[in-house]
Design a protein around this ligand. Structure first.
Ligand code: SAM
Length: 231
């Protein structure tokens, strides 16, 4: 899907910092104009950490993200489940656990089809989870959008947020009307920031990796769609 820019993307700003996303959140005050949109690191990104320790970290970090947004703001998470020793780690459940601890309610839960329905997958599931939470904001039925997203679109790397999910999120945020800025404290190569700018939303990203921050600063929407491998 190639979406038209909602406002002049040239006007949208982007800032991407090298650093710890949680430290950055602790030092920042997000107003109602900011939406937090992120994908938290998988257990495989923490060599040496046990699944149990990661599970705790994951839900606590979701809670931190939900508390960091303004009560009228939203926190949105894209996550794909993984298997550990033959048992699924249901990340949607872990996200919900963290959001519950923060007193944040689920506004919607979408499924992103990673392969065509009916096909078998091995090791990773055929779907990803896209979940939106808010402490005080509630949305009318008129803001409903599809709960099942057919396909990933493109991805710049295996851990990237799919462009289809980023488009669905930014389209929703534009319709909320109060949001002007997308914040991603674990921004990786900056998929959501590039899509946000294309939709006329500002983007603020943080990542520990200097290499990925460099890419996130440079990534453009057109390049993302045309040549994701080079992004
Ligand atoms: C699942 S990836 C995010 C991918 C991103 N959505 C994209 O489209 O490229 C998680 C990212 O979190 C980063 N990371 C891990 N721990 C972090 C921390 N404490 N603060 C900031 N970034 C961190 C990793 O470097 C990695 O790029």
């Amino acid at each position: 899907m190639r979406a038209p820019a909602v406002t002049d993307p040239e006007q949208a700003q982007r800032e991407v910092l090298v650093g710890d996303g949680l430290e950055w959140l602790a030092a920042s005050e997000l107003g109602p104009e900011s939406a937090l949109v992120t994908s938290l690191p998988d257990v495989s990104e923490f060599p040496g950490m046990s699944v149990e320790a990661w599970t705790t970290w994951f839900s606590q970090t979701v809670a931190t993200c939900c508390r960091a947004v303004h009560p009228q703001g939203v926190a949105i998470f894209y996550q794909t489940d993984v298997k550990s020793d033959g048992a699924w780690i249901d990340k949607a459940h872990r996200v919900h656990t963290g959001a519950d601890a923060a007193g944040s309610a689920c506004l919607w839960h979408k499924i992103v089809c990673r392969v065509k329905p009916g096909l078998r997958t091995f090791g990773r599931p055929a779907y990803g989870h896209l979940q939106c939470f808010s402490v005080a904001r509630r949305i009318p039925n008129s803001l409903a959008s599809p709960d099942v997203i057919d396909g990933l679109g493109v991805m710049t790397w295996s851990r990237a947020m799919p462009s289809s999910a980023a488009e669905a999120v930014c389209s929703f945020l534009r319709r909320l009307e109060t949001v002007t800025t997308v914040v991603d404290p674990f921004c990786g190569r900056g998929t959501i920031l590039a899509v946000a700018n294309h939709y006329g939303l500002n983007g603020v990203g943080v990542d520990l990796s200097k290499k990925r921050v460099k890419k996130a600063r440079a990534l453009q929407y057109e390049q993302l769609l045309a040549d994701p491998d080079s992004a």
